[in-house]
Design a protein around this ligand. Structure first.
Ligand SMILES: NC(=O)c1ccc[n+]([C@@H]2O[C@H](COP(=O)([O-])OP(=O)(O)OC[C@H]3O[C@@H](n4cnc5c(N)ncnc54)[C@H](O)[C@@H]3O)[C@@H](O)[C@H]2O)c1
Length: 363
């Protein structure tokens, strides 16, 4: 997105609708999973700099946080995702728990090149990341998927995993019975030919080949379930632990599993890895993907993907949507930044006003 115009490409909800209408949800998810694998395969931490995210958290007026997740691709662009987590949003305001925007900046001049939604894009990329991790860590014959937490992220977890594995049965559990009941209807758009079965929490854990946990459990209230006798090749995508003190999995399960974080430095602060010593943490997703053959045996063992959310995933999904927008002529070019005619005079832009208005401004 490195260009020399003075405009910012803004993608709105209707642009996203048109991209989805043009491509179809399955094609978008398939492309995203493929691109994520390709970008992770080529990832070089010396060329793409990703610090751990930072932010503000608060309890008033509601419990929540706003964080910024930056990425610097040398010689190209800076991408920053802004993300808010406000778990009371669905019940209080009929808004998603995760609200977000993603923006890109040109590193030649510092200009804001593009900005777009991060709500749909976060859900898509979080699902895609779990699919990538599952492809490398879960048993290839996995057919029963478990979902604990049936909110927004669960929809794309199901979507992405069902594009990667031959899933025929989905066992679901949410602490909120209404959310559990409405899940199948929310997934109807995916037209999946599989059984979605509301179940008890323990059954979901014990009978799943792959489990995705995506809950808004409070910090200090985890884990979601006790260490149960699972299938020997049980794989978990732990999506919901992304804040200090917020955990979903029992420590004994982690200690008996091959644990692969998306981003170790962040996972030891906010993810399941908070519960582990460094020596108990396995290689990160980059190392696993880049050395797939040597890690293939772990597909027969218990494995955990500690997904705290990595901005590289946001970059990949942003790039995919930007590419479609440009190809389809979508988006609105806006002059958000004031690029005055005289680069050394920030007041220069007022010169186009009438003499009367200029006189008024000058006081
Ligand atoms: N790893 C990532 O990249 C990533 C990305 C997005 C969101 N998240 C995290 O995923 C979680 C879910 O996000 P969402 O957008 O689906 O939120 P959501 O509010 O739509 O859904 C969360 C669901 O969890 C349920 N829940 C809460 N406590 C539970 C418990 N003890 N047992 C079972 N269900 C429980 C709630 O009833 C709710 O339906 C959040 O914690 C969010 O921070 C992580």
């Amino acid at each position: 997105m490195n260009d020399q115009t003075h405009k910012t490409l803004v993608l709105t909800r209707s642009d996203m609708q048109q991209i989805v209408q043009h491509c179809g949800l399955h094609t978008i998810m398939d492309d995203l999973i493929e691109r994520l694998i390709s970008v992770i395969s080529e990832f070089d931490a010396k060329q793409t700099i990703i610090p751990i995210r930072a932010g503000f958290n608060y309890t008033k007026p509601n419990t929540g946080l706003i964080e910024w997740m930056p990425m610097y691709k040398k010689g190209d662009q800076v991408v920053i995702k802004l993300v808010g987590y406000h778990p009371n949003n669905p019940d209080k305001y009929a808004l998603p728990t995760i609200v977000s925007t993603i923006s890109a900046y040109d590193t030649t001049t510092g200009r804001l090149c593009g900005i777009m939604d991060g709500v749909l894009l976060t859900a898509l990329r979080t699902g895609a990341a779990s699919a990538v991790a599952s492809k490398y860590l879960a048993h290839p014959d996995s057919s029963t998927l478990g979902l604990i937490g049936c909110g927004a992220q669960a929809v794309t977890q199901l979507h992405a995993i069902s594009r990667t594995f031959d899933i025929n049965r989905v066992l679901i559990y949410d602490i909120n019975p209404e959310t559990m009941r409405s899940f199948e209807k929310r997934c109807a758009i995916l037209n999946l030919d599989l059984d979605i079965i509301p179940s008890g929490l323990d059954i979901v854990v014990v009978e799943s080949d792959i489990l995705c946990t995506a809950t808004s459990i409070d910090p200090g209230s985890g884990p979601l379930f006790a260490d149960l006798r699972t299938k020997p090749h049980f794989h978990v995508n732990a999506v919901g632990s992304d804040f200090p003190g917020k955990i979903e999995l029992p420590v004994d399960l982690l200690k008996s599993s091959f644990v692969c974080p998306d981003f170790e430095e962040q996972a030891i602060i906010e993810g399941e890895c908070q519960q582990l010593e460094i020596k108990d943490i396995g290689p990160d997703l980059v190392e696993v993907v880049q050395n797939a053959a040597s890690f293939a045996p772990v597909q027969q063992e218990k494995t955990v993907f500690d997904s705290t959310g990595w901005v590289l995933e946001d970059y990949v999904v942003m790039d995919l949507f930007m590419e479609h927008a440009l190809a389809l002529g979508l988006g609105r070019e806006m002059e958000i930044e004031i690029m005055a005619g005289d680069a050394k005079n920030p007041y220069d832009f007022v010169k186009d006003l009438s003499p009367e208005l200029i006189a008024e401004i000058s006081g």
